[in-house]
Design a protein around this ligand. Structure first.
Ligand code: SLL
Length: 279
């Protein structure tokens, strides 16, 4: 009985995905300020959000990411926060920074175990003077890092998910920038541009092609193979031509020698005739 695709692994393949783990913190209006939202503990000075998302224009992380859990400081109510759907983020208020455990749970068909990351919730300004001036001006402290998640020999089901066009569909949906941006996200074929809303960022090809996928790694590989075969044919032809040229040159040399010999004989005869006539 063939193994179900969720167990069967694609040999010698590794697929990577980038994710951003980060946090943003904003200063709250001080106590007594009418602009200060109600119901916030008096000692809280910041509103912050911790998040996991894909870099802009990258394939949707829901293809492989099922849910994210954020384990925040244990004085918060229900410190293990679970996000089953995007946006994978938690917003809270507080007064101090701490390390947040981020648990990445993969789609069941991936057969992958959960992975853990950590993120320090940075609330205070940091960096050089220029950076701090900007954080001050924006009233926002952001701290992000790029993480790479690698799927080594993914299950067939995961590999399929990671190589379909649908991963970019979210780019054509409603989003900041409205309809114009959504239209800009569509390629000339009316389908979402592959990964790059501005038509830039990366030259990476999707792994598999299809009727509406003009370029893929699979096609690239086929093209390389075809070119290598053609190069083989051309090399063989070149070899044959070289042999032919060598044979022709040999013949020519022979003819020249013969001709040279005859010419020399003729010249010799002529010379001896001349000599006899002179006598
Ligand atoms: C530490 N940095 O790691 C310190 C603790 C805790 C911050 C920082 C309010 C929490 C609440 C808050 O901001 N705590 O209201 O439950 O030991």
């Amino acid at each position: 009985m063939p193994a179900p695709a969720a167990n069967k692994r694609v040999k010698n393949r590794r697929v990577s995905r980038n994710i951003i783990i980060g946090s943003e913190a904003f200063i709250l209006p001080p106590l007594g300020d009418p602009a200060r939202p109600k119901g916030i503990p008096d000692d809280h000075t910041k509103r912050w959000t911790v998040y996991v998302r894909q870099p802009e224009g990258d394939p949707s992380l829901t293809t492989w990411l099922n849910k994210v859990q954020f384990k925040i400081f244990n004085t918060y109510e229900n410190p293990l926060r679970t996000c089953e759907n995007p946006p994978f983020e938690v917003t809270e208020t507080g007064w101090g920074g701490f390390t947040i455990d981020v648990r990445l749970h993969f789609q069941p068909a991936s057969g992958e175990k959960a992975q853990y990351r950590q993120h320090f919730l940075q609330l205070e300004k940091y960096g050089d003077e220029k950076q701090q001036a900007r954080q001050e001006a924006e009233g926002c402290v952001r701290s992000e890092y790029l993480e790479v998640v690698q799927f080594n020999e993914p299950t067939e089901a995961l590999f399929d998910a990671l190589t379909t066009d649908d991963q970019w569909n979210y780019l054509a949906g409603p989003r900041a920038g409205g309809k114009k941006a959504a239209v800009a996200a569509l390629g000339p074929n009316g389908r979402p541009r592959r990964g790059f809303p501005g038509g830039e960022r990366s030259a990476q090809l999707p792994d598999k092609g299809g009727d509406e996928v003009p370029f893929s790694k699979e096609q690239e590989q086929a093209l390389i193979q075809m070119l290598q075969e053609k190069m083989g044919v051309v090399e063989k032809e070149l070899e044959d031509e070289t042999k032919k040229r060598e044979a022709t040159e040999k013949k020519l040399k022979g003819l020249r020698e013969e001709l040279g010999h005859e010419a020399a004989q003729q010249a010799a005869q002529q010379a001896s005739g001349d000599r006899s006539r002179r006598r």
